[in-house]
Ligand binder design. Structure first.
Ligand SMILES: Cc1cc2nc3c(=O)[nH]c(=O)nc-3n(C[C@H](O)[C@H](O)[C@H](O)COP(=O)(O)OP(=O)(O)OC[C@H]3O[C@@H](n4cnc5c(N)ncnc54)[C@H](O)[C@@H]3O)c2cc1C
Length: 533
């Protein structure tokens, strides 16, 4: 039996590859899910016309107002994607941006759905090439829905699929993209590319739940479940009969014997359980996989670096406003990507995600503008304001030092954020670059409102056990095996040697698929050779 720990994006991608190669697969998972009363309300909304949705139903399915500057994103008003199970290893400080998940589907229950592959230049220092990830991208994009448009971004970032459908664009984004289009030649000459956002969204509703109705609820959780969650792939894999799923299992450590791997775990009632198989694939997410490996290798009090792609936010004011944005039928996920590949800013790509109006924005605006919110008519500002999420390469970003410690009878994972002194200057260069392009973009970045978030907050993190050509202690080989381990493979972002800026999850999945496929092929070759001799 091949065991996979975790049902998030990396777990299901690896399961797909192993199942396709005919390997018997069992996914072990803590497996928390949405509370039944919230799920019932969501399902009821999905079946009814949006004009009949009541305000009590809608407020039940959204986050309560928060005092945090950047509120934690919930799923249908629930924090289940981040909730700890009672047996979970304690993580301190608990409030840090980087969070683990114990949910069926992991953090894909709450993600923003943006997808973009890495290019060869993003993979500098990796022991694998863009070419070696290509099959993985193509394979996972057969089961991830894609909302995209064919635009010149394709020249930089291949789509890897011809199955995609467009989502409607908001009036603000149509205006922005028109301005950018007019200035395309100059923008490209100045190392800026742009295009519609690519999203893992089933715009046409091919799973039978109907198409997107642009109800603007995306950031609270799509009532029709059109934003991809790996729980959907898990359900398909279970139905196919090729993959078994065991929930309510919390894995603690791995022990390798000569011919097998033993997985030490506990059930939710605290009783111990043991699984024995040929191989284990760890897809528990950066924090939990790091904990499991450190514990298995008994590396207590041994700090490891978790790399991060620095996340920063800022508003941009458009020269011309759009009226009625609060009433517009729109989706509220990311709407456009802007890519800066200017060596004067960074030797690496800078990835910007542009959002137009959403209902969180009015609240954020009220908090940020302070007294100015009373001076300016909010609706006029909302019709001109775009919200940008930016990402820097990990070499210009902060990191998190993680250390597993003994704490009485239990273990404790401590996290220490470390700021990178280059980050601020790089972000200043990004803002200066955008200011210099104002006449072409018809939008002005508000430098005084730039927010540089703490490491881990952007959820594009990994690299605690990086893949290397010749792995030493603390590293992994190209199939994710930690130094000194033969049957244990890490398949999540813990094995990324760097964190490039394009969105992380598509490559997490492509790489997990690649590892599953390579391991299955290597084993098939061994069986073939031994049966011939
Ligand atoms: C608010 C938010 C928005 C995001 N938006 C985007 C985006 O737009 N684009 C993008 O590319 N990425 C985004 N991300 C990041 C993305 O969600 C993660 O990259 C992705 O979910 C990682 O997948 P994973 O399978 O490695 O781990 P996870 O999704 O964390 O899944 C971990 C799995 O392991 C299981 N597990 C954990 N520990 C144990 C244990 N000890 N025993 C048993 N089971 C265990 C959990 O139950 C879960 O099933 C976002 C993240 C957040 C939080």
């Amino acid at each position: 039996m091949y065991f996979i720990v975790g049902s998030g994006p990396s777990g299901v991608a690896c399961a797909h590859a192993l199942a396709k190669a005919g390997r018997p697969v069992t996914i072990l998972d803590a497996g928390l899910s949405l509370e039944p009363e919230r799920e019932a309300t969501r399902a009821a909304l999905a079946q009814r016309d949006k004009n009949t949705w009541s305000s009590s139903e809608l407020s039940f399915l959204q986050s309560a107002p928060s005092q945090e500057r950047i509120p934690i994103k919930l799923a249908y008003g629930s924090d289940f994607p981040y909730r700890r199970v009672p047996l979970a290893t304690e993580v301190l400080p608990a409030g840090l941006g980087l969070r683990g998940s114990y949910a069926r589907g992991g953090l894909s229950n709450v993600w923003g759905g943006t997808i973009l592959p890495y290019r060869q230049e993003d993979l500098a220092g990796w022991p694998i090439t863009e070419h070696e990830l290509a099959d993985g991208y193509a394979a996972v994009l057969k089961f991830i829905p894609v909302a995209a448009r064919l635009d010149p971004l394709e020249e930089l970032f291949p789509l890897y699929t011809d199955r995609y459908a467009p989502l409607p664009q908001s009036k603000q984004i149509i205006a922005l993209l028109r301005s950018l289009e007019r200035g395309r030649t100059t923008l490209n000459a100045r190392h800026v590319s742009f295009g519609s956002a690519r999203l893992a969204v089933d715009a046409a509703g091919t799973r039978g739940q109907g198409p997107c109705i642009v109800c603007g609820r995306c950031l609270h959780g799509c009532p029709r479940e059109l934003i991809y969650s790996s729980a959907q792939t898990l359900a398909d894999l279970e139905t196919s009969g090729k993959v078994s799923y065991l929930r309510g299992v919390v894995v603690g450590s791995i022990e390798e014997t000569e011919n097998s791997v033993r997985i030490h775990a506990q059930k939710m009632d605290g009783s111990p359980c043991l699984f024995e198989g040929e191989r284990v694939f760890l897809a528990a997410g950066i924090l939990n996989t790091t904990t499991i490996i450190l514990r298995s290798q008994k590396r207590y009090d041994h700090p490891v670096d978790i790399l991060d792609s620095q996340y920063f936010l800022f508003p941009m004011l458009q020269a011309a406003g759009v009226s009625g944005v609060t009433e517009e039928a729109l989706h509220t996920l990311c709407q456009a990507f802007v890519e800066i590949n200017d060596a004067g800013v960074s030797p690496h790509n800078v990835h910007l995600q542009v959002y137009s109006y959403n209902d969180h924005l009015s609240e954020i605006l009220r908090q940020r503008l302070g007294f100015l919110a009373y001076v300016f008519p909010t609706n006029a500002i909302l019709g001109r304001i775009l919200f940008v999420q930016g990402y820097l390469h990990s070499s210009h970003s902060g990191k998190i030092v993680a250390t597993l410690k003994r704490n009485g009878d239990a273990d404790l994972l401590t996290l220490e954020p470390v700021i990178n002194s280059a980050t601020k200057d790089k972000i200043k260069l990004v803002i200066r670059k955008l200011r210099g392009l104002m006449r072409l973009t018809s939008a002005f970045p508000v430098a005084s409102l730039v927010e540089i978030c703490e490491p881990g907050r952007g959820s594009h993190s990994g690299g605690s056990f990086p893949m290397a050509h010749r792995p030493g202690p603390g590293q992994t080989d190209r199939v994710g095996r930690p130094h000194g381990m033969a049957r244990t493979h890490i398949v999540d972002s813990s094995v990324f040697p760097t964190i490039p800026t394009p969105t992380i999850t598509l490559t997490v999945m492509a790489n997990a698929y690649r590892i599953g496929q390579e391991v299955a092929m290597q084993e098939a070759a061994v069986i073939d050779t031994s049966s011939r001799s």
